[in-house]
Design a protein around this ligand. Sequence first.
Ligand code: GLC
Length: 432
Amino acid sequence: MLHPKPTAGDTTWFTHDRFGLFIHWGSYAAAARHEWVQKYEQIPGEQYRKYFEHFDPDLYNPREWARVAKEAGMKYFVITTKHHEGFCLWDSQYTDYKAPNSPAGCDLLTPMVEAFRGEGLRVGFYYSLIDWHHPHFTIDGVHPLANHPDAHQMNQSRDMKIYAQYMRDQVRELLTQFGEIDVLWFDFSYPQNNHNGLKGKGRDDWESEKLLDLVRELAPKAMVNNRLDLPDVSADMHTPEQYQPSEWIHHNGEPVVWEACQTLSGSWGYHRDEHTWKSPEQLLHMLIDTVSKGGNLLMNVGPTARGVFDDRAIAALKVYGDWMKWNARSIYGCSQAQYSAPTDTRYTQNYKKNRLYVHLLAYPFKHLHLPELAGEVEYAQFLHDASEVRFRETGAFEHAALESATPEGALTLSLPVLKLNVEVPVIELFLR
Ligand code: GLC
């Protein structure tokens, strides 16, 4: 098993729990055309304000969100306390652009944190480094005003030092007013970006060292992600986004703790007309594949501006719940296995319990040969119903013409011809 080097934050719970819920919720939910709508449509602040003025989540019930997340098998959540648009979900004393001043009329974050903690989930705060609302955030290539003819001139009166202090003030609020926070998820740096001479931003702009020092001082156990543009400092986790890594993520040649973040459809924020919702098969494969490579999955929901998860999101989360109810043992406490899995399967392994989990991504016919496992397995069963799966080892076949021979060193599982009623069946092998 690969062992990432310890970092400053506490990652032990994280690498055990494996599965979390990302929530992207802000005034962009009202536009319902992606959380980047302000940038994509180059909407000036005065016009964009209509979403703030109409943000009225009258059906908001965070206890319901927390219940749904828990039922899906998720063990932590990460909420966008502030996304790029700059709108804050909590009652920050450093801005007026916050939920209490919108028709929502109150701090939306405190009840959310309480509700998720109440269901036993850990708490992560996403905080956008980018801010399209703050008057001192200089216009750059990712800003809605990037193509404004006076962009350079407007930047003359903007001072990133003031903005960097604003971020520290807000992060202090987030880390002192909501109890112990488990994850700080900063987003994101783009120092190489250059748009008509408007330079991208990185550690000097954010004053990332100071920001990180503040987090370590106020929340020494909290995990911090890798998007602060601090290449020489070990982040507690790496965060590949919207793709499935082909292997365990490495940084500077070393395996690291990592978390893939993914969307149910093609948008993070609520997007009414986006239709690339992933199939049940894809949803489950993503989770299994991620854990089989030693990573976590942070799956995202974008609640509507009325404050609910829409039907499509609920249906997708139910796919996880239905599967995790019976198969969670192959996810929690598991990591990349020490053996290599045959085609169309993924392995995960629980090293403490000495069990190996075979996930059947495509259902085979009758026999499944598991290389390297002859002599290694004491007992095998389907995980969902604990029904025995019989197996044989090298040389144990009787009739060569009727039975596929067990390759040297392999163990052959005998499977029912019909796939059982489980989206991805899992076989639990008790190792010797
Ligand atoms: C990107 C996007 C953002 C999203 C994030 C999640 O950086 O800017 O909208 O919040 O990815 O990883």
